[in-house]
Write a protein that binds this ligand. Structure first.
Ligand SMILES: [Mg+2]
Length: 180
């Protein structure tokens, strides 16, 4: 298994991340996927435990900035929803990723870094998909956290790819390496 597919950390859900161990040393910036990371696919309301977690880490001096990076694929409703949800979270840095610049391509990650003024080694990426979120972030040298529990069924564009089956193999590798 190519190590580019292996996250630095794997936990069930966002609220399970112990950020006191993650946001340490040079790591002061946070990039977050949206769907099935912070909220259900198509959802408009965040769970209280997600909001509480975000509020907690934002009160820390260690955290300098946050950016949302979401594959919207096509212009339209997914983009407007992303903007509305970013406003709800009071996150000003938002990278909507269209088809030709979608994760795991490097462009959206570079855009996020430039919006926050951060370097990859200072930045943590959290996402639910190995073959988009994690692979792209690993390539650039981010610290990566994979969320293993899906909050809701995937968008049809994800279902088409069969990537979730390959993620089961990653789980096995993580178990073999004692990371789970
Ligand atoms: Mg996602």
């Amino acid at each position: 298994m190519n190590d580019i597919c292996i996250p630095d950390l794997a936990v069930p859900r966002f609220e399970n991340i112990d950020f006191s161990k993650v946001l340490t040393g040079p790591r002061r910036y946070l990039c977050l996927d949206l769907d099935n990371t912070l909220i259900t696919q198509y959802g408009m309301d965040f769970a209280p435990q997600v909001l509480e977690k975000l509020e907690e880490i934002r009160s820390w001096d260690q955290l300098k900035d946050i950016c949302l990076v979401s594959n919207v694929i096509f212009p339209g409703r997914r983009v407007s929803r992303l903007r509305v949800l970013a406003d709800k979270l009071k996150i000003k840095n938002v990278v909507p990723c269209y088809f030709f610049g979608r994760k795991p391509k490097p462009a959206p990650y570079r855009k996020a870094l430039s919006l926050m003024g951060s370097q990859p080694e200072e930045t943590v990426f959290v996402g639910d998909q190995i073959f988009t979120d994690i692979v792209g972030a690993n390539r650039l040298g981010f610290y990566t956290i994979w969320l293993m529990d899906r909050m809701s069924p995937d968008h049809w564009t994800t279902k088409m790819t069969g990537r979730r089956k390959k993620e089961d193999k990653i789980r096995e590798v993580l178990k073999q390496r004692g990371l789970l």
